[in-house]
Design a protein around this ligand. Structure first.
Ligand SMILES: [Zn+2]
Length: 276
């Protein structure tokens, strides 16, 4: 079993009230478990030592919403409104090859790890073909990060000229087939990468959404993530009441949480009482 001793770092320890108490101490890890936290831990044998003096030792951060494929677009959209961004950023996925997706995903994962973020919920709206998804998953598995790959039904560009055309079907034939295959074979990357559902398609017929959620749950998908924006432009859609009242899903069937002011996730409860 491999061991790692972090020496003399400032540990961000949580007390019983979940307050963070910065504490200078050693920290010993055996395998994948923290087994000891105290000053001047003595070890023998094959233990890797890391001098952490002057450094912070913290639990990994969790990024609850990211479009990892967009690494190559970084810095282009800071001054844009949402409606300026949608064609130039969101829909730019139509110009990505599966290989472009791989490098975008890998870059995002590695820079996340470099910044201390060890888990990411990836809202992957680059789902132009099954190959794009396989490529994205391969990058996540290779990167070392923990992630929920949010398999996504999104607006797809059919043509940019002579005028913008959108694919009429956001759930093409291959979509569900691949989702089932990926979800039933998860996890990937030695258990680090799971399949979730990135879902903003509340406008679809009730029966379609209902069946998809039922199937997703039966395939082992545990987490759903969607955008939720309160504001003058997009709050016309009463998402929460839709989930509660129209979508039959019932909040009781989910763990529901706002992970940022503008994003929403919910996970399926493990309950015998399944209501759809
Ligand atoms: Zn987003």
């Amino acid at each position: 079993m491999s061991s790692l001793l972090l020496q003399g770092g400032t540990l961000l320890l949580h007390d019983e009230n979940d307050h963070v108490i910065p504490t200078i101490s050693d920290l010993l890890i055996e395998g994948n478990k923290i087994v000891k936290i105290e000053s001047n831990i003595k070890v023998a044998g094959d233990v890797r030592l890391i001098d952490c003096r002057g450094k912070i030792v913290s639990p990994g951060f969790i990024d609850t919403h990211r479009h990892m494929w967009q690494t190559q677009l970084k810095g282009r959209h800071a001054n844009e409104t949402l409606f300026e961004y949608l064609p130039t950023g969101n829909m730019a996925a139509s110009l990505y090859s599966p290989q472009d997706v791989f490098w975008g995903q890998l870059g995002a994962a590695l820079e996340s790890l470099d910044a201390g973020t060890t888990t990411v919920v990836d809202h992957a709206h680059m789902n132009y073909s099954p190959e794009h998804n396989v490529s994205a998953l391969s990058a996540l598995a290779a990167s070392g990060i923990r992630s929920i790959f949010g398999y996504c039904a999104h607006t797809r560009v059919k043509a940019w000229s002579p005028e913008l055309q959108i694919e009429p079907d956001t759930i093409p034939e291959w979509f569900l087939k691949q989702l089932e295959e990926l979800a039933t074979k998860q996890p990937y990357g030695n258990g680090r990468v799971e399949i979730g559902l990135a879902w903003d398609n509340w406008y679809l017929p009730k029966e379609v959404v209902q069946k998809l959620f039922k199937d997703a749950r039966s395939w082992g998908i545990k987490l759903v993530t969607c955008h939720f924006v309160k504001g003058p432009t997009l709050s016309i859609y009463p998402l929460l009441s839709e989930i509660d009242d129209r979508l039959f899903l019932c909040r009781s069937a989910f763990r529901l949480g706002f992970v940022r002011p503008r994003y929403l996730t919910f996970s399926f409860r493990k309950s015998r009482e399944r209501r759809y």
